[in-house]
Design a protein around this ligand. Structure first.
Ligand code: ATP
Ligand code: MG
Length: 772
């Protein structure tokens, strides 16, 4: 169950908790301002949806809170107004509105520039003439300090002059950069004099040729947040190390207040890629029709495929927001769209690959209307429609087998089946093309006494198949979409990820037949085609002559499961491909009472997303690890995430007996992440060591030196030492030179080799420096 459906529990995650705490503490005068900052260099994908739902969602939940839409357009070479338009369209489609709060980072170019001048004037930034390659070489490594640029001590006046001339366009691309003067020995490599500006003689889609220099992300983003009064700047985990630059810049320029950067886990989904660069490669290489190809994980792709915004929002709610990266099974997204459509859409009969059936004992010109409900008994709605029946019908080719294998319960020579909502029919004769040997027609008899689908003499048939009256049928085109890639993690593929494109991701049936009620369907309408899945009459592709239905998603469990579904023939991966005559029934989980209780408990007591709760229920080892882990540390969602996404992989590789860690260790690991003594990245390293049998997390953190110093006693001592060593700076700070704050942070970091917890360092420094 999604948290949104449950009024008793508001969405809770560490970000919302933090915002609530800030409000209680009276921070930011009670303002909550978030922003969604896309770069207009591609279309939005499902990962962006997570960020949109989070940022705009928060704005909708807290009184007075707002969310800005900010185009982060500081990199002119890849940006385009087409993307600005598509991004706005997609956010609106998803159901969110920025109202008048639309901003462009490119509107702040002048402001950024003034901040750069300010930093240079104070000796906190310099113009550097090293090439990009040299800068990299000078940066050092994780274990080795970097070297200072020869230009690091360039006099202020000279720096100012060069910056002015850079702006005037006097220099070629790459000749100079502007860099912050921070610390070439910082443990955080990002802090080794990061670039603030570079020269690019490229026209910008909004500012034209006004600027030959462009600010770097690390400079522009924090300043944009400050400019707009953002209070909580939410970004994905890969920016964790950039937070130090974010803070440094804001500590050293003139600001009115302080936004805070908070990182959350990026969404990855199995069987697809979510990088704009890779998606662009698919578009440009013609591997897909465009950004909105229904197989693309873009919002415009989902829209064209027939997904609803409600389903995508529900999915984002269910996966939640946590601090460690994970890959979400695409099945969870499919689950969300089925949940959304199941109670809403009509069920209709269609035949994708038609085979003619002639009912030889039915009158030549005869015809009758059978009554069929649009909704099954477990879905509210009692509308019905007339279903014409006549002598010639279409059935699905895969519903007939001349030589039926064991377990095949549908039509075969001499066998009787039920036609859904109609009669029992028996196959009397098989007509073949004399040249090809292909079956072209089945001659059958029907039993008039079985009208409605039951025999008065109580005889049973094992199979029920769907059909359409040939004379009344509507010709339609049906496009069956499947996963775009054949492997779970194409994003991690070592070779070219395009090598794993699924050649069967689109199968077109352009001679499909539909019952006549579909003739009045409006473009944009959705249906369930019984036994085939959920479909969408796609407005973009539909014309007067051609009505195109996209398969949104296949069925999890159809009424056809008793007879075996035809859909397995369209599966494409090698292991799944079976001869068309013996399709495998769709997988359906049958829970025991005990499992059902466990599932309920995972969902309700712990508020776990459905997909995760199901894995914990289905994999006993996962459930056991979970119980022990939460006994050790009470953080159900992140713990469940680690178990489902990381621990189960190790279980699969090593087997349960040889598992080198238990639930308690997972609890311990998550506790370290949650109390901020371990960064997300270091946690991965610790987990890898746990999986390699190197011991408990705390011991690994200790021996490998991966931890952060977050205990007040230890860090407090370092802070005191730093202040004692710099009395002059302390006095200046207290006299109002608050820009020195970053200097103190830097000193603490240096003294601890970068291991000090940044938030605690800041808090301790603030306390120690406040006028006594
Ligand atoms: P990509 O890596 O696909 O190019 P990006 O991060 O560069 O994505 P932006 O346009 O800069 O794309 O992203 C806008 C916002 O969306 C950022 O705040 C970013 O953190 C967030 N975002 C992007 N991808 C994801 C994702 N997979 N999961 C969650 N948030 C994401
Ligand atoms: Mg980005």
């Amino acid at each position: 169950m999604s948290q949104r459906d449950n009024p008793a529990s508001e969405p809770t995650d560490f970000i919302r908790t933090l915002i609530r705490d800030d409000l209680v503490a009276g921070k930011n005068d009670g303002r909550v301002v978030t922003r969604f900052p896309p770069e207009p260099n591609g279309y939005l994908h499902i990962g962006h949806a997570k960020s949109i739902c989070l940022n705009f969602g928060i704005a909708g939940e807290f009184p007075g809170a707002v969310c800005h839409l900010r185009f982060d357009d500081t990199n002119p070479s890849t940006e385009d107004p087409e993307y600005v338009e598509s991004i706005q369209r997609d956010i609106r489609w998803l159901g969110f509105d920025w109202e008048e709060r639309r901003f462009f980072a490119s509107d702040y170019f002048e402001i950024f520039y003034r901040h750069a001048v300010y930093l240079i004037e104070r000796g906190l930034a310099y113009v550097c003439s090293l090439s990009e390659e040299e800068i990299r070489a000078y940066r050092g490594t994780v274990t080795e300090a970097g070297r200072n640029s020869p230009d690091r001590d360039r006099p202020v006046a000279e720096n100012l002059d060069l910056l002015e001339r850079m702006r005037a366009g006097e220099f070629a691309d790459g000749t100079y950069t502007v860099r912050a003067k921070i610390d070439m020995a910082s443990a955080n490599m990002k802090m080794r004099d990061p670039l603030l500006y570079r020269i690019r003689h490229v026209d910008h889609y909004r500012t034209g040729d006004a600027w030959p220099i462009y600010p770097m992300y690390d400079f522009a983003h924090c300043l944009s947040d400050e400019q707009e009064g953002i209070t909580h700047s939410l970004c994905t985990l890969e920016f964790e190390n950039n937070r130090d630059i974010y803070d440094w810049v804001l500590d050293h320029v003139q600001t009115t207040y302080r936004p805070v950067q908070i990182e959350f886990a990026r969404l990855n989904i199995s069987f697809t890629v979510l990088s704009k660069r890779k998606l662009l490669e698919l578009v440009q290489g013609g591997y897909v029709e465009g950004w909105d190809d229904p197989r693309m994980p873009t919002l415009s792709g989902y829209r064209r495929r027939g997904y609803t915004p409600e389903a995508i929002r529900a999915f984002c709610d269910r996966i939640g927001v946590a601090k460690s990266n994970s890959t979400v099974d695409v099945a969870q997204l499919e689950h969300a769209i089925r949940d959304d459509l199941n109670p809403k859409v009509k069920r209709v009969l269609t035949v994708l690959d038609p085979l003619r059936v002639v009912i030889v004992n039915y009158p030549e010109e005869g015809e009758e209307a059978l009554e069929a409900p649009y909704f099954p008994h477990d879905v509210p709605g009692d509308e019905t429609r007339p279903l014409p029946f006549s002598r010639e019908l279409w059935i699905e080719r895969t519903d007939f087998a001349e030589d039926p294998p064991k377990g095949f319960h549908r039509l075969a020579p001499g066998r009787e089946v039920r036609l859904r909502y109609a009669y029992f029919i028996r196959c009397e004769e098989v007509v073949k093309d004399p040249e090809t040997g292909e079956v072209v027609e089945l001659r059958c008899t029907y039993d008039p006494a079985t009208r409605g689908g039951a025999a008065p003499d109580g005889r049973k048939v094992k199979g029920t198949i769907h059909w359409v009256s040939a004379h009344h049928a509507q010709g339609i085109e049906v496009r069956l979409y499947d996963r775009l890639f054949t492997i779970e993690r194409p994003d991690l593929a070592e070779e070219d990820f395009k090598a794993y494109l699924n050649p069967h991701s689109l199968v077109v049936h352009d001679r499909a037949k539909a019952e006549p009620s579909l003739a009045t369907a409006e473009p944009g309408e959705r249906f369930q085609f019984e036994r085939h899945g959920y479909f969408y009459l796609e407005p973009e592709s539909t014309t007067d002559e051609r009505r195109v239905f996209n398969r949104i998603v296949s069925l999890r469990d159809s009424w056809a499961k008793k007879t075996a579904a035809p859909q397995a023939t369209e599966r494409t991966s090698k292991e799944e491909r079976k001869p068309p005559t013996a399709p495998a029934p769709p997988v359906e989980r049958v829970w025991s009472d005990e499992q059902r209780a466990a599932l309920e408990r995972y969902r309700r007591a712990f508020g776990l997303p459905d997909g995760i709760a199901e894995v914990l229920t289905a994999e006993p080892i996962a459930g056991r690890l979970f119980e022990r882990a939460i006994a050790a540390h009470d953080a159900p969602l992140p713990i469940a995430n680690w178990i489902v996404n990381e621990a189960l992989r190790v279980v699969k590789e090593r087997g349960e007996e040889d598992l080198p860690f238990g639930g308690a260790e997972i609890g311990e690991l998550v506790a370290r992440i949650e109390d901020s003594t371990l960064s997300g990245r270091a946690a991965k390293e610790v987990f890898a060591a746990m999986a390699a049998g190197e011991g408990r997390p705390d011991a690994i953190i200790e021996t490998k030196g991966l931890g952060q110093i977050a205990d007040e006693g230890t860090l407090g001592k370092v802070v005191d030492e730093v202040l004692a060593a710099h009395p002059k700076e302390v006095a200046e700070y207290r006299a109002g030179k608050t820009a020195l704050f970053g200097f103190f942070i830097g000193q603490v970091m240096q003294k601890t080799g970068g291991a000090a917890n940044p938030a605690l360092t800041r808090a301790l420094l603030e306390r120690a420096l406040s006028p006594s």
